[in-house]
Write a protein that binds this ligand. Structure first.
Ligand code: KIV
Ligand code: ZN
Length: 514
């Protein structure tokens, strides 16, 4: 690859999915991976196969079905991890094993309980084993920014000697400042041979992930690890859309470029926000809903006269077009599939049938549906558990200023109808209580997020809930013309998901196996 090209390594499905409360289903992961391929990221880190059976299967499906980017999987420098990653990846066109171990004193002593020589041996053995499977091997020194410099460079030397072709410098705890991180990357760049790509992986604990990644690029990094909307462990990772638009907008000043199809940025951001339940703050750079809104009179005047007076990017560059009305209640299945196709969404026949049924149901109550409405319907559908245990047949609520809020739901479990009622603090609370009774599942509501898909009083309500059921956190999403119904749908979707969580499917991976 030419020396001025920065590779975009997307870790939304691995580090991003490690964000608290995010638990994507396999179809959601595949849909995100397909969208990342349309965005033309260079590498998709699809997951950490050894961490659970579900994770392994998701990586395997992405590897066999998504074409374009290199598909990567994470593995500790542990033999079982590396075998498992290779097994999951082997159906891919091009694939990479990303192997890592902690190198800072605090991690080695208190977490791994390993000495420096033991860590060096593990790196040598792990990288060699990975190279036995593929020529494309990345090595990461976890907590690199708090690692003693001499030892860090020795770890990288050993990894390169064993065959690593990408060396990653993670600021795992988001502690570094841009001038320090830039300097570190410069020293690593000078220490490793020219054919080896130096990479950054910056966390956002102090809000510096993008600035640090940029400092890395300026000092020779030619891969940045990023996540859509900046999601990830704790405060998240370097945000894909921000670094992408910095490099694109200031390409001349930086002397670098990337190969992303920027027009897909907005769609990717929305898909990730919808499937993860992590909403995007309105003033977030590039993809926030206010990022291209001009409020003051002077600014509005300026932009009307010449957009460039106050806009350094054209919203069309990131695919932010007006919200087009695409379909109404007379639209048929063909028009529906066609509209999805134009949005870049291709569904399996079973999902298409379900999404079309939901569309018809909503179109009967709402005059026209926009492309954003369609995206919301689809993300609700692909988020459903593969085989829902309960189906919502009807919901009746009553209440008001002088009447106790009451809800009656009718669910179906197979052929069996179940009806229950509940009284609550409000209509939503009553509806959730009735569902809980009907499903016979003990659930605690952890988060409840309601937004509207578009603006206007006829907008679809979009609800994302997170529940705790028997120690597992699960999310559910529901869209409807009515917020109470959307909430009930979201709640039931989360319960259905909880009922599908296989015992032992959560990650129990430790820092080092004993
Ligand atoms: O933050 C980190 O150090 C990581 C590594 C596994 C690359 O996510
Ligand atoms: Zn990380």
């Amino acid at each position: 690859m030419p020396d001025d090209v920065v590779r975009i390594f997307d870790t939304t499905l691995r580090d991003g999915e490690q964000a608290p409360g995010i638990a994507l289903t396999r179809p959601e992961k595949v849909e995100i991976a397909e969208q990342l391929a349309r965005l033309s990221v260079d590498i998709i880190e699809a997951g950490f196969p050894v961490s659970s059976e579900g994770e392994f299967e998701a990586v395997r499906e992405i590897a066999t079905s998504v074409r374009g980017p290199v598909i990567a999987a994470l593995a500790r420098v542990v033999p079982g991890d590396i075998d498992r990653a290779a097994e999951a990846l082997k159906g891919a066109e091009r694939w990479r094993i990303h192997t890592f171990i902690s190198t800072s004193d605090i991690h080695m002593k208190d977490m791994l309980r390993m000495s420096q020589p033991q860590v060096l041996d593990a790196i040598r053995d792990g990288v060699k084993q990975a190279v036995g499977y593929t020529e494309d091997v990345e090595f990461s020194a976890q907590d690199a920014t708090r690692t003693e410099l001499g030892f860090l460079l020795e770890c990288f030397r050993v990894a390169v000697e064993a065959g690593a072709t990408t060396i990653n410098v993670p600021d795992t705890v988001g502690y570094a400042m841009p001038h320090e991180f830039g300097e570190l990357v410069r020293m690593v760049r000078e220490a490793v041979p020219g054919h080896v790509v130096v990479s950054t992986h910056c966390h956002n604990d102090l809000g510096l992930a993008v600035a640090n990644s940029l400092a890395g690029i300026v000092n020779g990094a030619r891969q940045v690890e990023v996540a859509v909307n900046g999601i990830g462990e704790r405060a998240g990772n370097c945000s894909l859309e921000e670094i992408a638009m910095i490099v694109r907008t200031r390409s001349q000043a930086l002397g670098v470029r990337h190969g992303l199809n920027a027009k897909e940025i907005m769609r990717t951001s929305r898909l990730v926000s919808m499937t993860t339940g992590y909403s995007v703050q309105p003033n977030k750079a590039v993809v926030g809903s206010s990022a291209f809104a001009h409020e003051s009179g002077i600014h509005q005047h300026g932009v009307l006269a010449n957009r460039a007076t106050y806009e350094i990017m054209d919203p069309l560059e990131i695919g932010l077009e007006g919200n087009r009305i695409v379909l109404g209640k007379h639209s048929g299945r063909h028009a529906f599939a066609d509209a999805l196709e134009k949005l870049g969404i291709r569904l399996e026949p079973e999902h298409l049938n379900r999404a079309f049924a939901r569309f018809k149901d909503l179109a009967d109550r709402k005059i026209q549906l926009t492309d954003q409405d369609l995206q919301a319907i689809v993300s609700e559908e692909i988020g459903q558990a593969e085989k829902d245990v309960f189906v919502l047949e009807s919901l009746v609520v009553s209440g008001g200023t002088s009447q106790e809020p009451r809800a009656t739901v009718r669910l179906r479990r197979g052929a069996e109808p179940i009806e229950e009622s509940a009284i609550g603090d409000g209509l939503i609370d009553a509806a959730m209580g009735a569902i809980q009774r009907a499903a016979g599942v003990e659930a605690t509501l952890v988060t409840f997020n309601v937004s509207s898909v578009t603006s206007g009083s006829d907008a679809l309500g979009d609800v994302v809930v997170q529940l705790e059921v028997e120690g597992h956190r699960v999310t559910g999403r529901g869209v409807a013309t009515d917020v109470v119904e959307a909430s009930a749908r979201a709640y039931l979707a989360a319960i259905n998901r909880a009922l599908q969580v296989q015992p032992g499917s959560t990650s129990t991976t430790e820092a080092w196996p004993r």
